[in-house]
Design a binder for this molecule. Structure first.
Ligand code: GLV
Ligand code: MN
Ligand code: MN
Length: 417
């Protein structure tokens, strides 16, 4: 068991590492680290250096996931991971904390020369957020053997396809199949992540056991009308795509609110009107739709309701609204056995092992297709995330590493391999 001083020192070290990573950004004033960019390369190299320092050997797979291998001679592997890509104007904890926690846990185990029946791979995934391409969780999907090769044709905002971006990054798309783990060698996957919500803070608890991850659908939507002169076309003769989308967005909000009992949330997070001039009626609008709900059937039904609303709104306005599904995941429970191991780990540190569901998506969702999964949530201030104000304390992060080490030790003691 770690001493309080050791836990505090690890928390301080985690904060220092996260600060160093957060300095790697496409812009000086905002944290933006997109998949397969020069920033991704620099972050991957930094993470690789930390892994080496902690006693791991490094490989990188065809999607750029950095893999630190501790005790590579053992066939059985426990996977510990999270992502190093960010949203636009991100905080520094979402994703990187899970990678840093994995590295620090291995460092602690190596320092005491822990004898485990399995080796550990720490995985730093590059595409969890889907901020560059419309994909999300593609790095972990490759590790889980469920990567969808059709996504290689998807282009980013500059028209660069996923496949070309991979090649520019020095990767061979033909190697993706080989990135999959052999399930028979994998003990499980565990991910430490900030909660990104207010529940642990309200409970006054530093850590929580994740019971499951809520399903989500991401859809690209295009509304088409007709561009025209803002000064000459009377209101009743317009086919204003943006005005129609505004009406559609309020319909989306109404539908999501109706299903609040199933924890439904729906968000239009990105929207662009074309041609995009003050004195031109918008002829085309492209926007994203992100829908999440506890029950898959309720989410799917709501999407049908939203499509029906789009037809109803578009028709009298002379618009066409097309939906292009980009990504969908089903609500996925964390493996009961590993939830219990995580609960024991938290309890062994003297804290109540509270269980809560995740409204955010995580790489664990992909990994659940490969192996048993567990997640540990860390309290974050005000529940704020996907925002530069995101914050987790050094003390809580130190505890999360201590809990991860206990999780690994308890799992080993139960003869998991
Ligand atoms: C990932 O951060 C998500 O959007 O849930
Ligand atoms: Mn995340
Ligand atoms: Mn995120």
């Amino acid at each position: 068991m770690m001493t309080a001083e050791e836990v505090a020192a690890i928390g301080a070290r985690a904060e220092a590492m996260l600060t160093e990573l957060a300095a790697i950004s496409a812009e000086p004033k905002r944290l933006i680290r997109l998949y397969l960019t020069p920033e991704h390369r620099r972050a991957a190299d930094l993470v690789g250096a930390w892994m080496r320092e902690a006693g791991m050997t490094i490989t990188e797979d065809a999607l750029g996931t950095v893999r630190g291998h501790w005790r590579p001679e053992l066939n059985k592997r426990l996977l510990v991971g999270s992502h190093i890509d960010t949203v636009i104007d991100a905080g520094k904890y979402d994703g990187p904390l899970g990678v840093v926690a994995g590295i620090l846990a291995v460092r602690a185990l190596a320092a005491r020369n822990a004898a485990l029946p399995f080796g550990i791979d720490v995985l730093a995934f590059g595409d969890e957020e889907g901020s560059r391409f419309r994909t999300t969780l593609s790095s972990s999907a490759a590790c889980a053997g469920i990567f969808d090769c059709a996504s290689l044709a998807i282009a980013d905002a500059d028209g660069v396809t996923f496949a070309d971006a991979l090649r520019d990054y020095g990767k061979d798309p033909d190697g993706i199949a080989a990135a999959a783990y052999d399930a028979s060698n994998v003990v499980g996957y565990v991910e430490v992540h900030i909660e990104q919500g207010p529940v642990l803070e309200a409970k006054n608890l530093p850590l929580g056991v994740v019971s499951g991850i809520i399903g989500q659908s991401r859809i690209g939507v295009v509304a088409r009308g007709e561009a025209g002169h803002a000064g000459t076309v009377p209101m009743h003769l317009r086919r204003d795509a943006l005005a129609g989308v505004a009406e559609f967005m309020t319909a989306v909000e109404t539908i999501a609110r109706k299903h609040a009992g199933d924890s439904m949330v729906a968000t239009v997070g990105r929207i662009e009107a074309f041609p995009g001039a003050t004195n031109v009626i918008p002829g085309r609008v492209v926007f994203s739709l992100d829908i999440r709900s506890a029950t898959d059937a309720v989410r799917e039904e709501a999407i049908q309701e939203m499509k029906a609303a789009a037809v109803r709104i578009a028709k009298p306005r002379g618009l066409y609204i097309d939906f292009e599904p980009a990504h969908a995941t089903r609500t996925t429970g964390c493996t009961p056995f590993l939830q219990d191991v995580m609960a024991d780990a938290i309890a062994s540190l003297g804290y109540q092992p509270f269980r809560l569901a995740s409204g955010a998506g995580h790489d664990a969702l992909s990994m659940a297709k490969l192996c048993p999964i567990a997640m540990l949530f860390v309290r974050c201030r005000g529940g704020i995330s996907h925002n530069p104000a995101e914050f987790a304390s050094e003390a809580d992060m130190g505890l999360s590493v201590a809990a991860l080490v206990r999780f690994i030790e308890i799992l080993a003691a139960k003869g998991a391999a």
